[in-house]
Design a protein around this ligand. Structure first.
Ligand code: RUB
Length: 321
């Protein structure tokens, strides 16, 4: 499925700009844009030595890091690239070739993971079910489209997802796939939850205790689902799991420009806040669909241990003071 609407020749400076402005958005797309932009910067540069190449990759990584602080996919992509870079030996030319291949491997692995998540998750669908999804997650959509391919006809409620309306992207995508979709406002979730059989959302970050950071409103959706005894599953690749949370770091919830909500001049004297993500506690999550299989949120630690057992905190890795 077509999921990456950024140019394949994107460089690091453009990726930084586009991720900040949300022209590139969604945790998986952000991760792939990071890998592709580093590959392209490598391709367009010449290096006197492998040390110089490494210095440049660290510099690009620092520029990319923090563009969307709530998406651990971004830092885990950098982690992967840096750890591969430190393992490679040889001169600048050899290192450049190997690292460009690593970036391509990351992108391919990420796309494959989404397909596998679609496969596994679709086993949870049955014809006639009503599904609710929030915001726009390519992994949640992978499950729904794979279900459709297997002849499972479901109906979907897609939340609008104020303030940026990513729900429109979801609704249009489902329509294209010939899946029955109804757009609803975010505050209609509780009223309609009694009609829902299953909630499927994506994740920006999953913490060591199995909490899920996702688009603002996800925790309200989860609370309503929990109250109505509707199961909620999260669709996320293993690179959304946060090793930092093992070291006691809390996930930073991004607060975006309030003008995404309203021009402050139109409502003078009123404080406005615009947190872009929230945390859903593990008690409200029935399962996490990963490319490793469908796991309970309590298994988050095992995934982190397996994939990031030797990880160092990102700021230490990038030597950020
Ligand atoms: C998007 C969002 C998505 C996750 C997962 O928020 O919260 O659910 O990023 O997406 P935003 P995916 O629009 O602010 O980036 O499954 O595509 O990685």
């Amino acid at each position: 499925m077509a999921i990456d609407e950024f140019r394949d020749d994107i460089d690091v400076a453009t990726a930084v700009e586009n991720i900040k402005s949300m022209d590139i958005r969604g945790a998986g797309r952000i991760a792939r844009a990071v890998a592709i932009s580093i590959r392209n910067n490598l391709s367009n540069s010449t290096f006197d030595s492998s040390d110089q190449l490494r210095t440049m990759v660290f510099e690009w990584s620092r520029e990319l890091y923090n563009t969307r602080p709530s998406a651990v996919s971004l830092s885990n992509t950098l982690r992967y690239i840096i750890s591969r870079m430190m393992q490679h030996e040889g001169n600048a030319e050899t290192l450049k070739g190997s690292l460009m291949m690593d970036c391509n491997t990351f992108v391919q692995t990420s796309l494959n993971a989404m397909e596998v998540i679609g496969d596994y998750g679709a086993h949870r669908l049955r014809s006639g079910m009503v599904i609710l999804t929030h915001c726009n997650s390519s992994n949640a959509l992978s499950i729904l489209s794979r279900g459709k391919e297997r002849g499972k006809d479901v109906k979907v409620f897609a939340t609008e997802s104020r303030p940026r309306h990513q729900g429109y992207i979801t609704a249009r995508y489902l329509r294209e796939k010939d899946i029955d979709v109804t757009l609803i406002i975010d505050s209609a979730v509780r009223a309609l939850m009694k009609e829902v059989d299953l909630v499927i959302v994506g994740a920006d970050t999953i913490t060591a205790n199995g909490a899920v950071i996702n688009k603002i409103g996800t925790s309200q959706v989860a609370l309503c689902a929990h109250e109505a005894r509707v199961p909620l599953i999260v669709a996320a690749e293993t690179y959304k799991f946060s090793p930092e949370t093992l070291f006691g770091y809390l996930v930073e919830i991004e607060e975006r420009d309030v003008r995404e909500i309203i021009d402050p001049n139109e409502i003078e004297g009123v404080n406005i806040r615009n947190p872009a993500f929230d945390a859903t506690p593990p008690e409200y999550i029935d399962a996490i669909v990963t490319e490793e299989g469908i796991i309970p949120p309590t298994a988050a630690y095992d995934i982190i241990d397996k994939y990031y057992g030797n990880a160092r905190p990102m700021e230490e890795l990038l030597s950020i003071q």
